[in-house]
Design a protein around this ligand. Structure first.
Ligand code: 2PG
Ligand code: MG
Length: 425
């Protein structure tokens, strides 16, 4: 293994105009790579902690200069001239150097940037496409499928100023057989939804944080109804050609044991409401249908809908091996939303992936609402055999960078799209 020659951190801006971190890592022999990290808005309570400067006079306290300095300073000083046998050893070094359980000292943002830049530099060194190297990092076979895109259509919750409680309604091109076809299908549904939003709400096609349309829906049901109508208007059969996925993001409207969605619902009533959505709309996946700490209710949700839709955990699991183990034991979910920055290193995220796979779960590899033009997520989703990828809408270049990279990988490999997972595990 080559030694590390240089690591540099830089504060850059994400798609919301908020600071984030970039790392550039050089190996002896000149292999050099950079990585930019994303940042969430509807973050789970158990996520690893980004380091923010807290200086109110700059970016409202959100600056990342200290995180960038930790890369150019302490991490560089300790890692440079050292050789690490593999990704796991480098990530272990970062975790130990930080010394906190949630990576708050050096910053999970700085640590993840270093972890991904290290992986990418080694892919360059090995002269391999990044997705192939990432498969090796996780000890996985060469990829045999590409992840099926699940693409944001309508936004609410924390991504759209809270005009409706649920956060995302996504389009799932279940019949498409290629990324190319999937994107064309979703673009047609998106265009139909934009027309519908104008006619129904007088809302022009201005977009929310992830590129989704965000008219003032009077209720979650109106949002689901309009999404189903848009599928038909675009000429597709709802539930046969194109289905829906919902990120309820219920942690963000959960207070004192109740769900404030419009009415204030008990967990049992919330599960009933979700069950009714599945009866009325072509929904194949429910993400964070319940709050991250409502552990007692998740198994009931799975019993109620698990035969018909994925029970996908985001805030519930935060890509955290301990939480995934607990959820597997409790039969709380059937699918993992994998976001590397929730846990902070590639190695820990690979452990999370392995646990989900051992439980027979499906895996959706996901971007964050605050993204950058970096496209490593596409390589990760391919290399790690993700069943689905969730990047946001089919608008805005921080999203399209990932779709464009998937198109490139598809053209290069000719791999087929992963089938929609069987539910009812
Ligand atoms: C989510 C993500 C992406 P955020 O909740 O799944 O949509 O949002 O990055 O704000 O946590
Ligand atoms: Mg989510």
């Amino acid at each position: 293994m080559p030694t590390i020659e240089e690591i540099e951190g830089l504060e850059i801006l994400d798609s919301r105009g908020r600071p984030t971190v970039q790392a550039t890592l050089t190996l002896t022999g000149a292999a050099r790579a950079r990585a930019q990290v994303p940042s969430g808005a509807s973050t789970g309570g158990a996520e690893a902690r980004e380091l923010r400067d807290g200086d109110p006079s700059r970016y409202n306290g959100l600056g990342c200069r200290r995180a960038a300095e930790n890369l150019s300073g302490e991490i560089r000083a300790t890692a440079a001239t050292r050789s690490f046998p593999d990704q796991a050893a480098f990530d272990r070094f970062l975790i130990d150097l930080d010394g906190t359980p949630d990576k708050r000292r050096l910053g999970a943002n700085a640590i993840l940037a270093a972890s991904i830049a290290f992986a990418r530099a080694h892919a360059v060194e090995r002269n391999l496409p990044f997705y192939r190297h990432l498969a090796d990092v996780a000890a996985l076979p060469r990829p045999s499928t590409l992840p099926r895109p699940t693409i944001n259509l309508f936004s609410g919750g924390k991504h759209a100023g809270g005009q409706v409680a649920i956060q995302d309604v996504l389009v799932v091109p279940i019949r498409a057989t290629s990324t190319d076809e999937a994107l064309a299908v979703v673009a047609a549904v998106y265009a139909a939804a934009a027309d519908l939003s104008l006619r129904r709400y007088g809302s022009r096609a201005l977009v929310a944080d992830e590129g989704g349309l965000a008219p003032a829906f009077p209720s979650p049901e109106a949002m689901l109804d309009d999404a189903t109508t848009a599928i038909s208007l675009a000429g597709f059969a709802p539930g046969e050609d194109v289905a829906l996925a919902v990120d309820v993001a219920a942690s963000h409207f959960y207070e004192h044991g109740r769900y404030r969605i419009d009415d204030t619902l008990t967990p049992t009533a919330m599960i009933g409401r979700i069950g009714a959505w599945l009866d009325s709309y072509p929904i194949v996946s429910i993400e964070d249908g319940l709050a991250e700490e409502d552990w007692a209710s998740w198994p009931l949700l799975r019993q109620r809908i698990g035969q018909r839709a994925l029970v996908l955990g985001d805030d519930l699991l935060t890509t955290n091996p301990d939480r995934i183990r607990r959820a597997v034991a409790a039969e709380a979910a059937t699918a993992l939303l994998l976001k590397v920055n929730q846990i902070g290193t590639l190695t820990e995220a690979a452990t999370a992936l392995g646990l989900a796979r051992s439980a027979g779960w499906s895996v959706t590899v996901s971007a964050r609402s605050g993204e950058t033009e970096d496209d490593w997520l596409a390589d990760l989703a391919v290399g790690w055999g993700g069943d689905q990828i969730k990047v946001g809408s089919i608008a805005r270049s921080e999203r399209l960078a990932k779709y464009n990279r998937l198109l490139e990988i598809e053209a290069e490999t000719g791999l087929p799209l992963a089938g929609w997972p069987r539910t009812g595990r």
